[in-house]
Write a protein that binds this ligand. Structure first.
Ligand SMILES: Nc1ncnc2c1ncn2[C@@H]1O[C@H](COP(=O)(O)OP(=O)(O)OP(=O)(O)O)[C@@H](O)[C@H]1O
Length: 612
């Protein structure tokens, strides 16, 4: 039974991946499309429930009238039809409709609706450009995803369901009391007017204070998290007391917003109680005078008073719902700013597959400045032959990593072209480029999954034996064998901590090398690939790396020149330009920047490697 309602929507449907709309309602509608039939049905049922509930109050009035006017002996005989109808409404119709509404709302919408939003946003964000993630915090983006999904649900369901219910309820109730006596409508309308004014006064204030509170909360959390994240720095400098003060200031700011919020809540509750009591008093007083004039029955008075009491209960609930609605509107608006951003790098509509039979790379007069006026890469031309192994050298900030990121099309060029085997990378699918380039970087982050999954990331559907062979070649098998995690999983199944923190830098790098060994792509990029390894392991791994490089086009970046001196050709970059190129010996003979850097380093790390 529950199952059927839970399966009404498939939240994991792979819908389109275009940029989500930026307008508030368009955004909500975009993510509501899969659920709208359920939402509309729930809305209609909500309206029916509201009418039935008001109907029950009229039954109550009729019962009171009957009890004071009808003959007890012939009561059932005279009124059985109406009694049967009342019984049906109370025992069958209302509970039945309410049960269907409950299932639609709680089983059909509450879980799957936000999950469908999360799924679609996550799919879009996974395809966002790398610059999107560089300009924001991963945690903040994840937070936006989670919060926005819930807020979209809240906004839409509150409007489609709860407000519809309340409006229908109020109109039906007004209709019922006005039928008893049009005079009754006066206090109800007056109450409604004052209620709307109360909302107008309190809700914007509550909304503002909620926003302030959310900001204060994130500052407070930020201060606490910052201290825990950098706990070793805090301890090394013995600054626990200073950290306490730092957190206390933000806690006090947060507390101020709570006090302000609670003042508003108290003021609002007092106003509402006063208004409700005034309505009760007015209706009671009016009932007495209308009863004296003989224009209303006791039953009608009972309905009016009962409705006043019902409104009393509902009034506070509605105010909270509406104020929650505004809060959620703010959250959605905030989420749109993060989620509905165009991707900087997109495949052209007619993007073709990339074929890499040889592995020739040409950087053709390229320029790239990270959106600034100049700098980083200036008019750079470089041809790399198929199977050629080049070493990229230059001072920190020379633009080496940027060059590699441009080859991977993490950014679009501002000028020039990059061609792989004659195909302009701007015209091929991004996924294809990355599938054909194996990369080992200096800062290797591992996924918070098992060693096996991390290595197999390079080549899905791989066997354990293949993973073990790759780990063995990367000299990682010896330490992987000894790993166990907190859940007693061992070896290949052991999970590495978030971003691989439970492994040393060198161990992480070896896993990354194993992953790229498995991937076996025709182009290889080694960006400080062995920087975290000690000399002994590095020498051991060099052999595997040389094997990995066989038949491949290689771009290797290293600050430790001895590790790349044996490459076919060395390219020296400075300020985004190539200033020297040639073999190790040629560059030494030229006595330029390379020779200078080499001199600084020789004897520093490894014994100089004889140039190839
Ligand atoms: N995402 C970015 N946004 C803006 N500027 C950037 C970005 N990444 C790098 N830069 C700038 O581009 C220049 C080149 O950086 P790049 O990382 O390519 O140098 P590098 O030669 O690889 O340096 P290192 O050897 O230290 O890794 C630097 O001035 C850097 O500040």
């Amino acid at each position: 039974m529950f199952d059927r309602f839970e399966k009404l929507i498939d939240p994991f449907e792979n819908t389109e991946l275009d940029v989500p709309p930026k307008g508030f309602w368009a955004f909500c509608w975009y993510y509501t499309k899969p659920v709208w039939p359920i939402l509309l049905t729930a809305s209609v049922l909500g309206a029916i429930i509201a009418v039935l509930e008001v109907l029950i109050f009229t039954f109550l009035g009729e019962l009171v009238t009957w009890l004071s006017t009808e003959n007890a002996e012939t009561f059932f005989e005279d009124n059985w039809r109406q009694l049967l109808w009342m019984g049906l409404v109370v025992l069958v119709l209302l509970p039945g409709v309410a049960a269907i509404w409950e299932m639609l709302f709680h089983q059909g919408l509450m879980g799957t609706y936000p999950m469908s939003v999360r799924w679609r946003v996550h799919r879009y964000l996974l395809r966002q450009s790398i610059s999107f993630y560089q300009n924001d915090f991963a945690g903040r983006i994840a937070n936006k995803l989670m919060q926005t999904a819930l807020a979209v649900r809240e906004v839409v369901t509150r409007i489609a369901d709860i407000l519809v219910y309340v409006i229908v309820y109020f109109v039906a109730a007004l209709f019922v009391v006005a039928e008893a006596s049009p005079y009754f409508a006066i206090p109800f309308m007056a109450w409604l007017g004052c209620y709307l004014v109360t909302m107008r006064i309190f809700i914007p204030r509550l909304k503002n204070v909620s926003r302030e509170q959310a900001d204060a909360r994130s500052v407070m959390t930020g201060h606490v998290v910052d201290a825990y994240t950098n706990i070793s720095t805090v301890k090394l400098f013995s600054h626990a007391a200073r950290e306490e003060d730092y957190a206390k200031t933000s806690m006090m700011t947060f507390l101020k917003t709570v006090f302000l919020q609670m003042r508003l809540v108290t003021g609002m509750n007092i106003t509402l109680t006063t208004l409700n009591m005034m309505l009760l008093f007015a209706v009671a007083a009016m009932s007495i005078s209308l009863w004296q004039a003989g224009s209303v029955s006791t039953g009608e008075i009972a309905v009016a008073v009962a409705l006043v009491l019902r409104f009393q209960g509902m009034s506070q609930w509605i105010l909270w719902e509406v104020s929650g609605l505004f809060e959620n509107i703010g959250t959605v608006q905030d989420g749109i700013n993060t989620i509905s951003r165009e991707r900087d790098v997109v495949d052209v509509p007619e993007a073709t597959a990339l074929e890499v039979p040889a592995g020739e790379i040409r950087f053709d007069g390229i320029g790239f400045h990270y959106g600034k006026a100049s700098g980083v890469i200036e008019d750079l031309t470089l041809n790399i032959q198929p199977g050629e192994k080049i070493g990229l050298i230059g001072r920190s900030g020379a633009g080496k990593s940027t060059l590699v990121n441009l080859l991977l099309r993490f950014y679009d060029l501002e000028r020039g072209k990059i061609l792989i085997d004659g195909q302009d990378i701007a015209g091929v699918r991004q996924d294809d480029i990355r599938a054909n380039v194996g990369v080992v970087t200096q800062d290797t982050s591992l996924l918070h999954r098992s060693i096996f999954e991390n290595v197999a990331y390079g080549k899905p559907d791989v066997s354990r034996e293949e993973v073990e062979a790759a780990l063995s070649k990367a000299h990682a098998l010896e330490f992987v064998g000894g790993l166990t995690d907190l859940n007693d999983r061992a070896g290949l199944d052991a999970h590495v901590g978030e971003r691989g923190v439970k492994l040393s830098g060198g161990q992480r790098q070896r896993i990354a090398i194993a992953r790229v060994l498995l991937k076996d792509a025709p182009i290889l990029v080694l960006d400080e690939a062995t920087s975290a390894l000690d000399s002994e392991v590095e020498i051991a791994i060099q052999e595997s790396l040389f094997e990995l490089m066989k038949g491949k086009t290689v771009i290797a970046i290293a600050h430790r020149l001895s590790t790349i001196a044996a490459m076919d050709r060395l390219i020296v970059m400075d300020n985004g330009r190539i200033i020297e190129e040639g073999s190790h010996q040629e560059l030494l003979d030229r006595n330029g920047l390379y020779a200078q850097l080499w001199q600084h380093q020789s004897g520093g790390f490894l014994a100089p490697v004889q140039a190839a």
